[in-house]
Structure formats: C-alpha cells, structure tokens
Design a protein around this ligand. Structure first.
Ligand code: PHE
Length: 338
C-alpha cells in the first residue's frame, strides 16, 4: 500500500515538472488534492486499512501531500517569475532578429570628422571656442575696424553691446594665441552665424573649420601646400585647387581658395553656379597687427590661417545641390550618408 502511494507521489511530481502553464499546474492540483482527488480518496480509505498498517499508510499519504504541495508552490513561482520559457510559446532560435533602426552621421559631422583626421596627421590639434563671442575677439583683435561693414546689424547677430554670435571661427585663433606661445598648429571646427538671407548656398547658421599655424618661418607656400593636400585627401586625387588674391583684415597677404566642382567635374552646374569652381576657404598670412594684439613678436614669428566652409565641402563631396537640405532633417535624405 505504501509503495503504491509513493509511486503515485512520483507520478504527481513528474506531472508538476512537466507543467508548462499555470492551467497545467492547476489541473495537477485538482487531480490529486481536489475535493474528489486521489489523496482525499486515500484518506477516506484509511478506515478499511488493517489497524497495524494504518499508521504507516497514513504517514505515507501525509508525506505525499506535503511533497506535492511544496512542488506545486515552487513551480508556481517559477512560472510567475517568467524565469523559464514554459509560460509562453517555445523559443525559436531560427527566427530572424528584430531589426533596430540605425541612425547615421550627419554629413556636416562626417566632413568635420574627416577634416580632423586629415589635419591630425599633419600635426594639428583641435581647439574650440564658444558660439557667443566678444566683439573684441570677433573683430577688434582680428584687426577689423569699427567701421567695417561686417560689424553692421545687418550682418551680425548682436546680443549685447559687446556680445555677439560669432560670424567666423577666427576669434578662436585669438583665444588660443592669448593663452599659448608658438609654435601653434590648431584647427577649430564650429558653428558660425550671419544675418544672411538663406538661398541654395547661404545659410544664417553654418559651420567653419579654422586653421592656424604659427612658428618661425612659416610661408605662404606652406599654406598652399597644406590646403592642396587637404583638398586631395578630402575630395580625391582629381580635385583641382586654385588661389585668388583677396583681402581679409587679419591676414596679409590674403587669398581665397577654390576647389574644382566635384558635382560636374568642373564643367559647370547649378551647385558651382556654372563656374566649375566652388569657393571653399579664406586664408592668408597672419597680419602682424594681430600678433601685436596677442603679444607675439612679429619679427620672430610668422603664421598662416585659413577658414573653410564645411557645408560647401559637404555639398561638393556628396553632390548636395542645396544647402537647406542639410538643415531640414529629412530622414530619407540623411539616411543616405552611412
Ligand atoms: N574668417 C574668414 C571668413 O569667415 C576666413 C578666414 C580665416 C580668412 C582665416 C583668413 C584667415 O570669411
């Protein structure tokens, strides 16, 4: 009799182990412990068991009941905690994974990263300055007189009498030279602001990369060589670079640097306004008066500086016909740059 009870207990515990859902488990409980279940039946039957066996059988039945109750409780916890897959449909390792939509770098960021990489190999390190700049560093220290048209309210976002949204990254030159002695070799990528009317190639908010190299006997040839090298690294070996004489208050002599249009290969198109060239950078030899402002000895040191438009580079590098596409954040457009 006891053996039969133990066999029944083992069978019941096996059913508990095999249960996959709470409902399975409940069915096992009802089968053995329910009002009409097998255990109450055994208890009822105890009356008919010969007196000398009764204690042993009773004990076996109690032991069965305890073991089963404990088993049910444990299994219930496991199912509830979800720590086994049994509660849901079985895990299918052959199903394809869920595709997580992946973002992409913005073309402006891509060009900045690439430029930093190219200049880093030439020994340039990155310096940064604030978007909100003093009039002194954005203009005066750069030898730009008060009557210069770029100071006008039509061209510059003035915030306070001596505070403005920088119109160029050139004030970072001043910040670095105020704090460091030559030799200096830095680039500074950053945002600039001008009261420009937006069109296909102009935006009131754009980005520049400024470069500054100051040491003994830096020459205009160094500047040309560096910008030409940069152009080839950034655009590929076919790009042509040309320099035109220009004027900036803070460089003397000054040049403007054009890259051949990558979109049409120099034949003329909408992006280059049919000229085959795109103006990419202003540059020149640092004016001795700027060195004077930061306390450098202009007899001892020379330097070159340049400021490049990042959006312009992105446009010819990726064939983007309108600068506004860079700011509309249309994911169908941005998703193409991976
Ligand atoms: N800051 C000038 C501009 O925004 C570019 C420039 C930088 C020119 C450095 C010369 C030297 O147009």
């Amino acid at each position: 009799m006891e053996d039969k009870i133990f066999a029944m207990r083992d069978e019941a515990l096996a059913q508990v182990a095999a249960a996959r859902t709470a409902a399975d488990l409940e069915a096992v409980r009802i089968q053995y412990l329910g009002r009409k279940g097998l255990l109450p039946e055994i208890m009822k039957g105890l009356r008919d068991v010969p007196a000398e066996q009764r204690a042993g059988v009773g004990q076996a039945a109690n032991q069965f009941k305890e073991a089963l109750s404990e088993g049910l409780r444990e299994k219930q916890e496991t199912l509830a905690s979800g720590s086994c897959q049994a509660a849901g449909p079985a895990f299918d390792p052959t199903l394809p994974g869920r595709v997580i939509p992946r973002g992409s770098r913005h073309p402006v960021s891509l060009v900045i990263e690439e430029a930093v990489r190219i200049f880093a190999k030439l020994g340039f390190t990155v310096a940064e300055g604030p978007d909100l700049e003093t009039g002194y560093r954005n203009f005066d220290a750069l030898n730009t007189p008060d009557y210069h048209p770029s100071l006008s309210e039509q061209d510059t976002f003035w915030i306070e009498p001596d505070l403005l949204l920088r119109t160029q990254t050139s004030p970072v030159q001043i910040r670095v030279m105020e704090q460091t002695q030559p030799p200096i070799r830095i680039i500074t990528p950053g945002r600039c602001y001008r009261r420009d009317t937006t069109d296909a190639t102009h935006s009131a908010n754009f980005h520049q990369i400024e470069g500054l190299y100051v040491d003994k006997s830096v020459s205009l040839a160094d500047l040309k060589g560096t910008l030409a090298h940069f152009a080839r690294q950034m655009m590929g070996p076919d790009v042509h670079v040309r320099f035109r004489p220009h004027f900036f208050p803070f460089t003397e002599p000054s040049v403007e640097c054009d890259f051949s249009c990558h979109v049409c290969g120099g034949k003329g198109c909408r992006v280059c306004k049919q000229s085959g060239w795109i103006e990419i950078a202003g540059a020149g030899m640092v004016d001795p008066r700027v060195f004077g402002k930061v306390g450098y000895d202009a007899e001892k040191y020379t330097g070159y500086a340049f400021g490049m438009g990042i959006e312009r580079i992105a446009m010819i590098k990726y064939g983007i016909p309108d600068i506004r596409m860079l700011y509309e954040n249309d994911l169908r457009f941005l998703g193409q740059f991976r």
